[in-house]
Write a protein that binds this ligand. Structure first.
Ligand code: SF4
Ligand code: FES
Length: 246
């Protein structure tokens, strides 16, 4: 009989298998660690840092840190929650996340994680970047103002759709999402609304056309239950606001 291996997450024993990250084992055990760029269908990316936890005095990303016997993982102390909240506030001010005017409000994972983490205001000064909206595709639009560079669409298009429609270009503050097509527009790319990449965006950057506000705000995915219970928006997305919780 194989030995059961465990680590402790906020004092609770979590079983893990060889090859698991802290995130893998925690989610399988039903323990929520806030995250945005992580999706169990894709290789870990470790870019948003929202899943930061403390292990033996070190801050690590739970989605990339291998689980190991005897680890003592802090996922919810006041210091960790505050750092996470700061990261979320920076994501809000770096892009133009104006929730009351966003079609994704109520079904946005960034907004839901911010609520879960107790974020009450953006705190920092807004950058108000000037970014474009690409509405060239007949079925899907991209609002670059809301992209948090999680690369979920990049990974979905590359690894599942086998199309490589999206890439990240530039470095640091100049990093941005680009479309791989002759004109750099979604409309002349090989993207289709049925692609996996159309259904993984955790924010209101990739949006379906023709059904705006079809589902009333107040009745959407995270309007009724917190993200810690509902889980990732990508697990619910079907091109709409992701409501599968009736
Ligand atoms: Fe992530 Fe959405 Fe930006 Fe793609 S468009 S990188 S899925 S936030
Ligand atoms: Fe781990 Fe983004 S979810 S770094």
């Amino acid at each position: 009989m194989s030995e059961i291996k465990t680590f402790r997450l906020d004092g609770v024993a979590i079983e893990f298998k060889d090859g698991d990250t802290i995130m893998d084992a925690a989610l399988r055990a039903g323990a929520y660690i806030p995250h945005l760029c992580h999706n169990p269908e894709f290789t870990p990316h470790g870019s948003c840092r929202v899943c930061l936890v403390e292990v033996s005095g070190r801050r690590v990303s739970a989605c990339t840190q291998p689980a190991a016997t005897g680890l003592d993982v802090d996922n919810s102390s006041g210091a960790i929650v505050e750092e996470r909240r700061n990261l979320l506030q920076m994501l809000f001010v770096e892009g133009n996340h104006v929730c009351p005017g966003c079609e994704k409000s109520g079904a946005c994972q960034l907004q839901a994680v911010a609520y879960y983490t107790g974020m009450l205001s953006p705190h920092y000064t807004h950058f108000f970047p000037q970014r474009s909206v690409d509405a060239s595709h007949p079925d899907t639009m991209i609002d670059f103002n809301r992209c948090i560079l999680c690369e979920l669409c990049v990974r979905a298009s590359r690894d599942i759709d086998r199309k490589h429609v999206f890439s990240i270009s530039g470095r640091g503050i100049g990093s941005h999402l680009t479309i791989n097509s002759p004109g750099g527009k979604l409309g002349d790319s090989t993207f289709a609304a049925t692609d996996k990449a159309a259904r993984v965006c955790p924010v209101g950057a990739i949006l379906p056309k023709h059904r705006g506000y079809e589902q009333p705000i107040g009745e959407r995915l995270y309007d009724r239950l917190p993200v810690s219970i509902v889980g990732d928006v990508a697990a619910h997305e079907s091109g709409d606001q992701g409501d599968e919780h009736d």
